[in-house]
Design a binder for this molecule. Sequence first.
Ligand code: PMP
Length: 426
Amino acid sequence: MASLSPILKQATPVVVDHALGSWIYGTDGKEYLDFTTGIGVTSTGHCHPHVVEAARAQVGSIIHAQYTTVMHRPLLQLTEKLGEVLPAGLDSVFYANSGSEAVEATIRLARMATGRPNIIAFHGGFHGRTVAAASLTTAGSKFRSGYSPLMGGVHFSPFPDAIRYGWTEAEAVAFALQELDLILQTVSHVDDTAALIIEPALGDGGYLPAPLAFLQGLRERADRHGILLILDEVQAGVGRTGKFWGHQWAGITPDIMTFAKGIASGFPISGIVAPTSIMSKAWPGSQGGTYGGNAVAAAAAVATLEVIERERLVENAARRGTQLTQRLQGMKAASTHIADVRGFGLMVGVEFTDVDNTPRPDLAAAIQQRAIDERLLLLTCGTRGNVLRIIPPLNVSADEIDLGLAALERTFAAVLPEFATAPVPA
Ligand code: PMP
């Protein structure tokens, strides 16, 4: 008898019977408010009728129209529709299946386009589990250890994590940019450096937005040295942060960008975008893949983009995110263990430490587990595992956010010692 790999960890014991919108219905007969969205994937909620209909219709016409053999309409439609929301100048798209694959494609492109070997990534970043993507990943040693030797030519520079350093954001940014300059002077000469790669907000590394001044500093250095700036929007993209792309908060434009997760509401499709002038420097035939740009996934992606536009979900993400963080800030003010509430839009992190800044991954884990009893599904993240991550669908309602917050208040009251006697502030 076969069973699932024993090393595959599952954050909850829930077995899904079916799901709709913000809700998962378990085979245990219970309903759960899903603030995990399959790690930021089900952007339009579970089984949005428009997405379901588009996928159903596509399954009946063609499922797999392999895109280096024949072209199919959904991919052409998706490329046109994406063109309406892509950053200015990033007009050429390559499709793959997963975030890791997209990241790999950016590295291949950056090296080919510049003829330079090195990539600089940032501490706490998560870019995937395949070798090149894992080589760029420092969100936790579990993604790297036992897997060496990883890809060469990767160097790491500090991420301005003000909370961890115990500094102001401005101090952390100045330090991180200064260290990057030093790396370019002493470790990876600019003429050897193809690209900088960064997430708009650390995702698995802690739901920590990159300070805008930091992203602007990276853009300035990339321009100055002819280095490409890669924004990994796999988790922060597609409306999640209250702007269509997370980096847009900083008013910068990347040279290459990834997307995946939220683009197709749960169907596996990812991609990279770049100006044609950069994309055309990739060697002919160097991009491809058996399953990339699958027709059903592409049809679901078109439908997802239509829903996001029609239902004004980017605006909803911004509004509901503010609703969520405002009440969480009130809880933080009354807590000795909530060190930080942060995020933009519906990409929200709550960090737990002792008053002396010692990380408390045990509290984040206990809250995540206890919330399941309150029928609220959450995840944890962070380089030190002490961050609760809250990722509702982009079309979550105000009432559902309130329900989630009430469940969280009951959970905090059960887990955090400071709320055992005093009530959690509403
Ligand atoms: N980049 C980022 C920013 C991610 O958040 C992830 C997934 N968490 C990946 C890449 C890898 O994506 P996948 O798991 O689809 O390979």
